[in-house]
Design a protein around this ligand. Structure first.
Ligand SMILES: N[C@@H](CCC[C@H](N)C(=O)O)C(=O)O
Length: 260
């Protein structure tokens, strides 16, 4: 097809991405928005681009559906590692992928990939004592900024207006993603909903958000080792020990050509 662009679509527990392998187009906000549009484009929470980067298996850039670029994306990284793995015919058990803020190790598990979440900083950097709406709050940057609230009933939250009160709050100079976590009866299990910066809505799952949530549960309640987190997109796991690993499911949805 003339004037078209080859793409692949992947989903990491319902957090869905268009993958552009060595794109020749300019990643302008207008282009990203159009391609991510769920009615006139392919439809996705974001676009991941894959390019070469010396000493790694590739560089990932992540563009949110609103056209802005983010530093890191947990589900995107698992999707891109799966894409690279399929392309290389399952050549390796671990891939090193560079993002804007660091190079991550993504390791093969039984039937998925787990990311070693090596870039964790700014734990409780901001004073949250003026937020009284929920039982507990926690801030951390797990690649991108996250604010986590402990709530009694996550499903009852009217997420867009509630999260918007914090996502743009002056406390957070770069804005923040916002997660709401409700503890479940099962051992070290919680239900999580995340409002994502740049999608400006709830997504089915957010990898950096689930990692932030597991670290919040570790901080508040001492949870450690395997933490099970349920989201709209299914069940995912965060291992909190000397190192932190995030894992979940990945699905190749389809590949195609997008008319430019
Ligand atoms: N969905 C991602 C996070 C993507 C970036 C985020 N929207 C931001 O701009 O901070 C994940 O799985 O981590």
């Amino acid at each position: 097809m003339k004037n078209s662009l080859k793409f692949t679509k992947f989903s990491g527990n319902g957090n869905d991405f268009i993958i552009l392998d060595h794109p020749t187009v300019e990643m302008t906000p207008a282009f990203v928005k159009k391609m991510c549009d769920r009615h006139f484009g392919v439809g996705a929470d974001g676009i991941l681009t894959l390019t070469e980067f010396a000493g790694t298996d590739g560089e990932m850039r992540i563009f949110n559906a609103d056209g802005g670029e983010a530093e890191m994306c947990g589900n995107g990284l698992r999707c891109l590692a799966t894409y690279i793995d399929q392309k290389l015919n399952h050549a390796k058990n671990a891939y090193r992928i560079k993002t804007m803020n660091a190079t991550y190790e993504v390791i093969r598990q039984e039937n998925a990939f787990a990311i070693e979440m090596s870039e964790i900083k700014d734990k409780n950097l901001y004073d949250l004592s003026h937020f009284h709406e929920f039982d507990r709050s926690f801030f951390i940057n797990t690649g991108v900024p996250h604010l986590v609230f402990l709530v009694k009933d996550a499903k009852a939250i009217d997420i867009k207006p509630t999260a918007a009160r914090y996502r743009y709050h002056s406390t957070f100079p770069n804005g923040t993603n916002v997660s709401f976590v409700e503890i479940q009866k099962d051992y070290q299990t919680a239900y999580v909903r995340t409002y994502e910066r740049g999608v400006e809505d709830e997504t089915h799952s957010c990898g950096t958000g689930l990692t932030a949530t597991a670290l919040a549960l570790n901080y508040w309640n001492g949870w450690k080792e395997m933490i099970t987190l349920k989201t709209l997109g299914g069940t995912q796991r965060v291992l909190v020990g000397d190192k932190v690993f995030y894992s979940g499911e990945v699905k190749h949805c389809f590949s195609g050509e997008y008319s430019l």
